[in-house]
Design a binder for this molecule. Structure first.
Ligand SMILES: CC(C)(COP(=O)(O)OP(=O)(O)OC[C@H]1O[C@@H](n2cnc3c(N)ncnc32)[C@H](O)[C@@H]1OP(=O)(O)O)[C@@H](O)C(=O)NCCC(=O)NCCS
Length: 254
């Protein structure tokens, strides 16, 4: 005698049927996508044949691999001198260089009272090779520090740095520039003249960097008229007034 189907059997059958239907639906989906793709390819092939184009189309050219390998990209051409403002990332090297001068490194980031401080580094082939610090007080300025890496000396970096800072000073209206140094040969070579401290104007004698200069230090002033002597750069104006003249006015004035 036939037995009536149990409710558990009915539920199991239904579940099996549903699973089968689900699998079938997925197969149909895949077949549909495949058919569409094949149809697309067939159409594209016939379109290409009609137009006389090659099929399959040629592969696009691969981008050329970069010529330089490794992490560091070598700069093109010979190394260049670049001047820029001192930044926080230069602090370590700047401090190391300034240790060779009388400038107190702890004051590097401070502003002088009543003045403005300019901090410049020179880079050569992307390496910081020197540093300069200039304090400006209106028309007077003090070159507080100048140093070049020991391994990079006698390559005119020091001279280039002085030329740059002098040009900057003239541009901001400085007419007198003083320096304190024991390196007489260098300071004179880049356009300064030895001065007796007692002969300096009163206001200059009181400027920071000069008033507190060691007693064995020489005091220098950038030559206002640089006739017949070595100058930082021939095109550098001789005074703040000259710096404001156009080229033709300058020729006429000289
Ligand atoms: C002083 C200093 C900045 C010079 O820097 P540098 O890059 O070597 O100088 P340069 O190559 O630009 O030299 C400029 C001129 O100075 C003179 N000079 C430089 N070094 C010299 C040396 N060892 N002996 C004699 N003359 C020298 C030369 O006349 C040179 O002229 P030239 O270019 O026609 O040869 C560097 O020696 C230094 O950092 N010294 C320690 C820090 C210091 O004392 N700072 C105070 C400087 S005011």
């Amino acid at each position: 005698m036939d037995q009536a189907p149990q409710p558990e059997d009915v539920a199991a059958n239904t579940e099996r049927e549903e699973r089968r239907a689900d699998v079938q639906r997925r197969i149909d989906e895949v077949a549909g996508v495949l058919a569409e793709t094949l149809l697309g390819m067939w159409r594209a092939k016939h379109r290409a044949e009609r137009r006389g184009e090659p099929w399959p189309p040629p592969e696009p050219p691969k981008p050329e691999p970069p010529r330089t390998s490794g992490l560091i990209e070598k700069p093109k051409g010979p190394p260049r001198r670049v001047f820029r403002e001192l930044e926080a990332r230069d602090e370590l090297v700047a401090n190391m260089l300034l240790e060779m001068t009388w400038f107190p490194t702890s004051e590097l980031w401070l502003e002088p009272v009543g003045g403005k401080r300019t901090r410049v580094v020179i880079e050569y082939g992307r390496v910081v090779t020197g540093v300069a610090v200039l304090d400006e007080y209106g028309d007077a300025a003090v070159l507080r520090a100048l140093a070049v890496r020991a391994t990079c000396r006698r390559q005119k970096h020091g001279r280039a740095l002085v030329e740059y800072i002098v040009r900057h000073a003239y541009e901001v209206g400085v007419g007198r520039m003083y320096a304190v140094s024991a390196m007489q040969w260098f300071v004179e070579a880049v356009g300064f003249e030895l001065r007796k401290r007692t002969m300096l104007p009163e206001d200059a004698r009181r400027l920071p960097g000069i008033i507190d200069a060691p007693s064995n230090a020489f005091v220098f002033e950038l030559r206002p008229t640089q006739n017949g002597r070595r100058v930082p750069r021939r095109s550098v104006p001789r005074s703040a007034v000259e710096a404001l003249l156009t080229r033709s006015e300058l020729k006429a004035a000289r």
